[in-house]
Write a protein that binds this ligand. Sequence first.
Ligand code: CP
Length: 304
Amino acid sequence: MRLKHYLQFKDLSAAEYSYLFERAALIKKKFKTYEKHHPLADRTLALIFEKASTRTRVSFEAGMYQLGGSVVHLTSGDSQMGRAEPIADSARVISRMVDLVMIRTYEQSKLEAFAAHSRVPVINGLTNEFHPCQILADIFTYIEQRGSIQGRVVAWVGDGNNMANTWLQAAELLGFTVHVSTPSGYEVKPELAGIVNPACYRVFQDPHAACAGADLVTTDVWTSMGFEAENEVRRAAFARWCVDADMLRAAQPNALFMHCLPAHRGEEVSAEVLDGPQSVVWDEAENRMHVQKALLEFLLLGQL
Ligand code: CP
């Protein structure tokens, strides 16, 4: 099989996503009924973390074991990667010993350099620029709750960060629209996301206007990992971009609320919204594991 990496959302086609969403639903059903599913027996996944994680680590680690495989966990602090071994050399060595690699790191370029020298599929577990596994889970969660996302409106409120960039790629590929509202200076980056169809997103100064009529309202922390030095400046700049009940009321009556977590109640989202009836954040978090199991299987074995 041709070597396939998952470095950005746009690395897969719409048809491949249709397959993955169906496969994830099947895999989830088997998990819920304790049915064994071991297509990756004797395979090993390396998890490399240069930033903190709860959901990404647990979902990949538990998911790989459930697929019959095993996991090696590395951080920059406990490997030679943190002592300046060239990324290409690390990739050459690690990919001779494992079957798949997931990396959470800072610059997308570092992930791409690893992939360029890897013999095995490499998965983006979050970079400064993109978070494709999260959007994979978010869209699966939307489909599970409401059906197809095609033609729907997703309101992104807050930082024009890795999540926002990835939403744009997903919208262009899967045929929905993102209403983006960010404070000035924190805009989304369509050129970085490689967006060629400007109709897949609309920019709003006012976050309430972005939410008007939306089918899904979503946000993220005001300060992503790696930007902690900007915390106080961001807190002031983002004050109007808290998703509260008033903002959610502007959306469709059956709109969903999502957040990739961890969340800060009272900052980017009110407790009333995060813990309210339209919020699906716990399903969204759990679904990371189911979609990533489908992804691991697909990257190694193709469509089954
Ligand atoms: N959403 C997400 O990636 O969570 P973690 O940072 O806990 O992995």
